[in-house]
Design a protein around this ligand. Structure first.
Ligand code: SF4
Length: 257
């Protein structure tokens, strides 16, 4: 998709679509919601014939959330991933943001010529929704990458990070869950204190973070936030909730030191 409504990216690119749930964070997955609504089976992973080569046509560099409707490292895509890496390698004008809940598969599924010099424009991240899933961060330490990041969305519990875990993270996204009020795809509440605890931990380390949204719960209940995802801030709220930073990068998306 050329333009995305996900606030931390400019575009999304889905070389394949469909995914199996593997984590608590997947419970109300928007991809499942969208595909089911359209009558498709979201558990079946299919290669996209229409958009597989789309980034080759986008001349101007942009941030691209890669596999917003799947998981880049899912097993079913093993036969297509090498081709996707080729598209990525040929388009260094873009910055590819890859996010996975299958971090144990990252290292073995990187391209043969992987290093942060050949792929400085690829940021690889994992989702962490609670303390139980913090172990995913350690998989990011198994390989080099210009920006290693973590999405704490939907945040489902308070998370405490060790010094080692904080040292691995170059950038973090923080947010609550969005979803429907009724039916199969709802939303869970994130406590404000969980957000603030993470922000405090990152501020202490001087790690850039992007506070994305409070979540739909705060739209219908406390604060009555205007938009359904709870992205717009309340007046007189702590300024931390307005922070939308990115890692400092050079032209190719590589982190500047
Ligand atoms: S890994 Fe991502 S795309 Fe796959 S089911 Fe979970 S939330 Fe959905």
């Amino acid at each position: 998709m050329r333009n995305s409504n996900i606030s931390w990216t400019k575009s999304t690119w889905n070389p394949w679509i469909g995914c199996r749930k593997v984590s608590k964070a997947c419970k109300f997955c928007y991809m499942h919601r969208i595909l089911e609504k359209g009558g498709a089976n979201p558990n079946t992973v299919i290669k996209s014939t229409v958009s597989f080569n789309a980034p080759l046509k986008w001349e101007k560099g942009r941030k691209i959330f890669t596999c917003s409707m799947s998981d880049f490292f899912i097993e079913e895509a093993d036969e297509w991933r090498e081709e996707a890496w080729k598209v990525i390698k040929q388009t260094r004008q873009h910055t590819y943001l890859i996010l996975t809940k299958r971090p144990e598969r990252i290292k073995e599924n990187l391209p043969i010529d992987w290093n942060s010099e050949n792929y400085p424009h690829v940021w690889i991240g994992v989702t962490v929704e609670d303390q139980e899933s913090v172990g995913r961060i350690h998989y990011l330490d198994e390989f080099g990458c210009s920006v290693k990041w973590v999405s704490f969305e939907p945040l489902l519990g308070e998370v405490y990070l060790t010094g080692k875990e904080l040292s691995i993270i170059d950038w973090a996204v923080i947010g609550g869950e969005s979803g429907n009020r009724k039916g199969k795809y709802q939303f869970r509440k994130s406590e404000l204190s969980w957000f603030m605890s993470l922000m405090y931990q990152f501020e202490k380390e001087d790690t850039p973070y992007f506070f994305k949204q409070f979540g739909t719960w705060y739209h219908y209940n406390q604060f009555k936030l205007k938009d359904w995802k709870g992205e717009k801030q309340c007046e007189n709220f702590p300024k931390s909730f307005e922070i939308r930073q990115y890692p400092k990068t050079n032209y190719y998306g590589k982190k500047a030191h």
